[in-house]
Design a protein around this ligand. Sequence first.
Ligand code: ATP
Length: 144
Amino acid sequence: ARRSDGSGIVVIGLGRFGCHLAGALTRMDREVLAIDRDADQVQRFSTQLGRVVQADATEEGALRQLGVTGFGRAVVAIGASVEASVLTVLALVELGLPQIWARATSQKHAKILSSVGAHHVIFPEAETGDRVAHLIVSRLLDFI
Ligand code: ATP
């Protein structure tokens, strides 16, 4: 998958969720551009992920310089800072990214993300909790 055809994926925020997402996409042979503002995180993942760069993703100009507009999809994996997550989504909307996925940590956060233009809002903690609950119950049924 080459960036020029828009099939690449930008992953912003290499916390616990973002680093696993970027790693999984890389193993699926997708072109991944990973961005984090923290130099230590960038250093940590530079050998495992294709392209890892340090930048503040709330800066539209910085994203443009990194060539983000050549990517078809972006995932904003920032969780803790609602402000950084919302401003990053806004920058991606202004750059015209065709498909923006954003992680929400609450319903209100999700509402803001949708209203600024995120196309898909995800709740990794809630979704994993639900999935594990179903897994536990179905496994228990195996023994009844
Ligand atoms: P997780 O649960 O996935 O570990 P978290 O909610 O604990 O995430 P966050 O504070 O959301 O942690 O940060 C996730 C990553 O996003 C961090 O590595 C952080 O450096 C990065 N990050 C935060 N703000 C920005 C930004 N403006 N630009 C780029 N990266 C950012």
